[in-house]
Design a protein around this ligand. Structure first.
Ligand code: SF4
Ligand code: SF4
Length: 457
């Protein structure tokens, strides 16, 4: 199956339960941001900017667990910032699993191996030497790591363990050259690949999480799916980037250009996702075929951002993961006080100009599952997709030249950064960061344009 049976049943039961009760609005996935601190400074990351005054703040474990309890979403995506920096990440994962939720840890991958070594230390016994031998042979751990693991774990804290209810959801936006450029650190793609390999060796489930931007080369995304499929990755989430209002304001001020010059518009999104239904057949892409049809421009959907609420240090963020018109103390309070009719695009008309180009996963994927804009056969289509067989491993992925950057000496960041610095008009504008999944591509456009110019492309 595309998704483990028990998980599909859990999600389907949740929807059926609320449909029978006629609950008008309910949560499907909680985007939980226990902190906004990150170890990376990706091009186009806005969490760091939007919450720049509270980067050091973290939600308490109790608040995190209470938020999940209150909205009662069957799935919780722990994001951030980088969630593996959250001091109580293990307790949080354990607590959410104890609440019978499906947990995604949305990570940039850099600290994954560290967490898995702690897991190995916690379960170490001499019988595990063959596992350590294999990890050593594949250079996924060092001799020093193996020694530390053999000493066992000394503190009583829990560890992150493999279970069918848990996914590592690793942020990957392309093959090595592109991904390292986007995260502004060479070697991150390679680390992600090694962490994913180690996770699969240890029995974890792993998904990748990709945002498509204006300049994304879709042929590369297809290669990326094939590459990770051949590495045993269990699923992929993919979403277009977002036309972000705060980023627009910054771009107008900083670059003196019009936002329309930069963003992925709806028409461009449909072009980028023209083949998504084919990708869904070939690769284990998560979500619904109804949302995929929407992305491919074959139908309209109405935004259901309330179904993927975001809770962070400031409260329940409304109306959605991307846009902030307010924070509320409770999920129910947010549902009641927000005028949801003000948002989204209906029949091609944007109710809010900021929604005009949005087709993002967190606004529209639940719409596909919940049957808004229902067309005959949709429920069966979604059922067949999620309960049907998982696509076969894409063996062609073994031939993909994924390590096409830093690993072959094609480092690019120093040059790109120098180019950007020289392009800065000296106005002292701060580094702009939007967030995981945002569509502020202005900086990356500059980087790519500068590199192309230097290469004479
Ligand atoms: S369409 Fe929905 S998800 Fe997109 S920006 Fe508007 S409210 Fe947010
Ligand atoms: S995009 Fe994600 S990984 Fe990158 S800096 Fe932002 S929070 Fe960190």
């Amino acid at each position: 199956m595309r998704f483990p049976f028990a998980l599909s049943v859990k999600i389907a039961s949740h929807i059926i339960k609320h449909k029978l009760r006629r609950t008008p609005k309910f949560a499907m996935v909680l985007q939980l941001e226990p902190l906004h601190t990150c170890n990376l400074t990706c091009t186009g990351c806005g969490r760091i900017r939007e919450y720049s005054t509270s980067l050091k703040d973290v939600m308490s474990l109790e608040d995190c667990l209470a938020a999940a309890n209150e909205c009662d979403a069957p799935m919780v995506s722990i994001c951030g910032g980088e969630p593996l920096i959250y001091p109580k990440i293990e307790e949080l994962v354990e607590g959410l699993l104890r609440q019978d939720r499906i947990v995604y840890i949305c990570t940039n991958g850099v600290f994954m191996r560290k967490k898995m070594k702690e897991y190995l230390a916690a379960i170490y016994s001499p019988k595990m030497e063959t596992v350590l031998d294999r990890l050593l042979a594949e250079k996924l751990i060092s001799e020093k790591d193996a020694e530390t693991i053999r000493q066992g774990k000394r503190d009583p804290r829990p560890v992150i363990q493999p279970t069918q209810w848990l996914y590592w959801n690793v942020h990957i936006d392309g093959l090595e050259y592109t991904h390292d450029l986007i995260v502004e650190r060479e070697g991150v793609f390679k680390e992600c690949v090694e962490a994913i390999k180690m996770a699969k060796r240890l029995g974890f489930q792993v998904a990748t999480n990709t945002t498509v931007y204006k300049e994304t080369n879709v042929a590369e995304i297809e290669q990326m799916f094939a590459f990770f499929s051949s590495r045993g990755v269990d699923g992929h989430t993919i979403s277009p980037g977002y036309d972000y209002d705060a980023a627009k304001k910054d771009m107008i001020r900083r670059l003196g250009r019009q936002p329309e010059d930069f963003f992925l518009t709806r028409d461009m999104t449909k072009q980028k996702f023209a083949n998504i239904l084919d990708w869904g057949r070939r690769f284990p892409i998560f979500g619904t075929p109804v949302y995929q049809e929407f992305l491919a421009g074959q139908r309209e959907l109405t935004c259901t951002a309330w179904a993927i609420p975001t809770r962070n240090i400031a409260g329940w963020k409304a109306p959605c993961y991307l846009m902030t018109d307010g924070h509320y103390k409770g999920y129910q309070e947010m549902l009641e006080k927000v005028d949801w009719e003000k948002y989204g695009v209906v029949d091609g008309v944007a109710r809010d100009p900021r929604c005009e180009n949005c087709m993002v996963h967190c606004g529209y994927d639940p719409s596909g599952a919940l049957g808004t804009n229902y067309q005959r056969g949709d429920h069966w289509k979604n059922f067949a997709y999620n309960f049907g067989p998982k696509p076969k491993t894409a063996t062609e992925g073994r031939a993909v030249n994924a390590f096409n950057g830093f690993s072959i000496g094609k480092g690019h960041l120093a040059e790109a950064k120098a180019a950007i610095k020289s392009a800065d008009n000296g106005n002292g504008a701060p580094h702009v960061n939007t967030y995981c999944g945002s569509g502020d591509t202005s900086q990356r456009d500059e980087l790519l344009a500068k590199i192309a110019a230097r290469n004479g492309a």
